[in-house]
Design a protein around this ligand. Structure first.
Ligand code: PGA
Ligand code: ZN
Length: 428
């Protein structure tokens, strides 16, 4: 049974406070911490921050920590850690608000994840296996990693509007090979950027992607294409984009120079221009997936680009991992993949439900990190246990990103002959 729950404030990869919790059972202590992102929307679970400008510029999480140490701890002591749904519902009931704003989703999720780890230990099974059991699904699968190799938008200080260019080693036969392909491409890319743009353009953005000072989608994609060709893997590596277009939508137009103060406002594109651009990019480069191609409220154009069938269309800011937004997108056939950010949902039980909802609609599912990460690797086990097929956890570089990919290596090793890599089936 759960004997003690103790939380503290730690710092995430950006140096901003976040919540860490130690949950004790008769067996041991189980630790979890939660990530945090740049983009927060009105439909996602509430991240409770103290707002005292004199302390961590208002970003402290002392209230969330206190909520765990007092209210949540009191409610959970004595509970069986294998009963995930009961634990999560106890916290949801205690919170009483729709978006977990009373206790804070950062408080609730940290405890939910720690309890999940404790539940696995109680059953003496690996974490991914416990998660698979909780979901009623029993065939774990290693996901295709989407490695961020170029960062722009709000994740970097360059002039590139697009937030992320990722590579997907779908032609690898195992996860270990996918990681090697990702790492090799990343290092070839560093050499390509150094040659073409100079070494100072190899500085990295928040999730480890290089942030060269290029301004067009094509210039950035050409660098990646060259790096892939130097690896010799060619067709085995595909490209995914996270345009995060909400960040540069002004009225109904898109400011491709929003990152450059001198040029901002001079290079507007209409949604129709962007559709044309995306069609060209999918034809000229091995682009197989585009996330948030339009503003999060531009349902019409998202629907239109999905209907073209040129690539996977991922809803991140569009959906905010919110079941009602997902339901609408399914009904309107607005996109065909979910970007799953666990901290926008708030409990492991609800995460499992949201993934079921997306899968029932035959969508792709991408388990995602946030730009502010910790070394907690829970989403690696989650992606295997729920057999989602895709994981986006940043570059194959930097500790907090690698912790997820390295955990996937360990899981593959542990599964041995039983290990299945999603590979070509990444969208199913
Ligand atoms: P974040 O978003 O910066 O809010 O974590 C990452 C993403 O857009 O996928
Ligand atoms: Zn995104």
């Amino acid at each position: 049974v759960i004997t003690k729950v103790k939380a503290r404030q730690i710092l995430d990869s950006r140096g901003i406070p976040t919540v860490e919790v130690d949950l004790y059972t008769n067996k041991s202590m189980f630790r979890a911490s939660v990530p945090s992102g740049n983009s927060t929307g009105m439909y996602e679970a509430v991240e409770l921050r103290d707002g005292d400008k004199g302390v961590y510029l208002g970003n402290g999480v002392a209230k969330a920590v206190k909520n765990i140490n007092e209210k949540i701890s009191e409610a959970l002591i004595g509970m069986d850690p294998t009963l995930q749904s009961q634990i999560d519902h106890a916290m949801i009931d205690l919170d009483k608000t729709e978006k977990k704003g009373e206790l804070g989703a950062n408080a609730i999720l940290a405890v939910s994840i720690a309890a999940c780890k404790a539940g696995a230990a109680e059953k003496e099974v690996p974490l991914y296996k416990h998660i698979a059991d909780l979901s009623g699904k029993t065939n774990p699968m290693l996901p295709v990693p989407a490695f961020t190799v170029i960062s722009g938008g709000k994740h970097a200080g360059n002039n590139l509007a697009i937030q992320e260019i990722m590579i997907l080693p779908i032609g690898a036969s195992r996860f270990e090979e996918a990681l090697r392909m990702g790492s090799e491409t990343y290092h070839h890319l560093k050499a390509v950027i150094t040659e073409k743009c100079g070494a100072h353009n190899c500085n990295v953005g928040e999730d480890g992607g290089f942030a060269p000072n290029v301004s067009s989608f094509r210039e950035a994609l050409d660098l990646v294409k060259e790096a892939i060709s130097r690896t010799g893997y060619n067709d085995k590596i595909k490209i995914a984009l996270d345009v995060a277009a909400t960040n540069f939508c002004i009225g109904k137009r898109y400011d491709l120079d929003f990152q450059s103060p001198q040029k901002s406002g001079q290079n507007f594109k209409s949604a129709e221009d962007l559709i044309e651009l995306y069609q060209e990019l999918c034809a000229e480069y091995p682009v197989v997936s585009i996330e948030d191609p339009f503003d999060k409220e531009d349902w019409e154009h998202i629907k239109y680009i999905s209907s073209l069938g040129i690539c996977q269309v991922v809803g991140d800011d569009l959906l905010m991992s919110n079941p009602k937004r997902i339901e609408r997108a399914i009904t309107e056939t607005a996109c065909n993949a979910l970007l799953l950010k666990v901290n926008q949902v708030g409990t492991v039980t609800e995460v499992i439900e949201v993934v079921k909802q997306a899968k029932e609609a035959h969508w792709g599912v991408v388990t995602s990190h946030r730009c502010g990460e910790t070394v907690d690797s829970f989403i690696a086990d989650l992606s295997v246990g729920l057999a989602v097929g895709q994981i986006k956890a940043g570059a194959p570089c930097r500790g907090e990103r690698l912790e997820k990919y390295n955990q996937l290596l360990r899981i593959e090793e542990e599964l041995g002959d039983q290990a299945v890599y999603a590979g070509e089936d990444w969208r199913q």
